[in-house]
Ligand binder design. Structure first.
Ligand code: PRP
Ligand code: ZN
Length: 301
């Protein structure tokens, strides 16, 4: 176990849930190797002054707010709930979203009993809404000048209507199967969410600032290459303008001569977006052949 705990960066990650694996995987791709502590709640970084705390996702904004952790990987839904409840209590918000992370997409939506007539949010007036996101729901109601009561649940919101504890719910939806299984229909989305990285303000970083900046830069690189592809192909010189047009998100492709061929060249390019079969088919129509698409592992601008 490392001794100099003072200067080490602490990152909060969801203990077990949808975001856990992706979050740890991102850190590994930023170069971190770690060993899991005996209690399984801390991962000690072995090659960087970085430790990962595995905690309940709902606690993550609070841990950053209190400066127990420097960074956190968490759903925007949880960040927004904490931010709005601090604002409502007149307290200062001490964390910011530093980056979106392109995974963990879901939405916070109202769900109403299947048989209920629903045409607009005005139909919520006077109803009881069960949710684990009271601050977000109250903010939504206030912004839309709607009067409804919010019943705070700490989980299993979807059973509230059948228990008679609420008329409708507001909960996270990903595939939609939970709402369907409870005979609820999703009628209105109030927040689109995905995993984000949060952190305290730059002034609070002190001697950790260098490593935090380094980590953030690596993270941007990792996120950028996630979709990026390296493409190689052969093409007639005359087809180059059309081919350059078709390559998604590539700046300046490298054109290389092919031994013994004056009509044909090799084209190499980094595409900043995924290259789909449709694109390859169009490239072929434009005259390209011998196409090869490779994943990009690292990128540093
Ligand atoms: C959410 C939500 C639902 C479920 C919806 O819980 O509360 O139970 O996911 O997903 P579906 O539309 O794919 O069925 P989550 O797993 O995020 O757990 P938590 O709210 O307890 O953190
Ligand atoms: Zn949770």
């Amino acid at each position: 176990m490392p001794t100099e705990t003072e200067e080490r960066i602490k990152i909060a990650v969801q203990k077990s849930g949808r975001l856990t694996e992706h979050s740890l995987d991102l850190l590994v791709r930023c170069g971190l190797s770690y060993s899991r502590g005996r209690d399984q709640l801390i991962c000690y970084g072995e090659n960087m002054p970085v430790d990962v705390l595995l905690v309940r996702d709902d606690d993550i904004p609070g841990l950053v707010q209190e400066q127990v952790c420097d960074l956190g990987f968490v759903g925007l839904n949880i960040v927004e709930e904490r931010r709005l409840s601090l604002v409502a209590a007149g307290e200062k918000v001490e964390f910011d979203v530093l980056s979106t992370l392109t995974f963990g997409h879901c939405r916070l939506s109202f769900g109403v009993p299947e048989e209920m007539q629903y045409s607009s949010s005005e139909d919520l007036a006077g109803l009881r809404i069960a949710t684990t996101y009271p601050a977000i729901v109250k903010d939504y109601l206030a912004r839309n000048s709607l009067n409804a009561s919010v019943v705070k649940f700490s989980g299993a919101v979807e059973i509230a209507p059948s228990l008679g504890k609420a008329d409708v719910i507001c909960d996270l939806v990903s595939s939609g199967s939970t709402m369907r299984a409870h005979h609820l229909k999703e009628v209105e989305t109030i927040l689109e969410s995905e995993a984000v990285l949060i952190g305290g303000s730059e002034e609070t970083r002190g001697s950790k600032a260098t490593w935090i900046a380094r980590l953030l830069q690596r993270l941007q690189g990792v996120l950028q290459v996630k979709e990026s592809k390296y493409i190689m192909l052969h093409a007639p010189r005359s087809a180059l303008p059309r081919i350059a047009e078709l390559l998604p998100g590539s700046e300046a492709p490298t054109i290389l001569p092919l031994e013994g061929r004056t009509d044909l060249v090799a084209v190499h390019a980094v595409c900043r977006e995924n290259v789909f079969w449709e694109t390859l088919e169009l490239l072929k129509e434009a005259g390209a052949s011998s196409m090869l698409v490779l994943p990009v592992e690292k990128m540093l601008a």
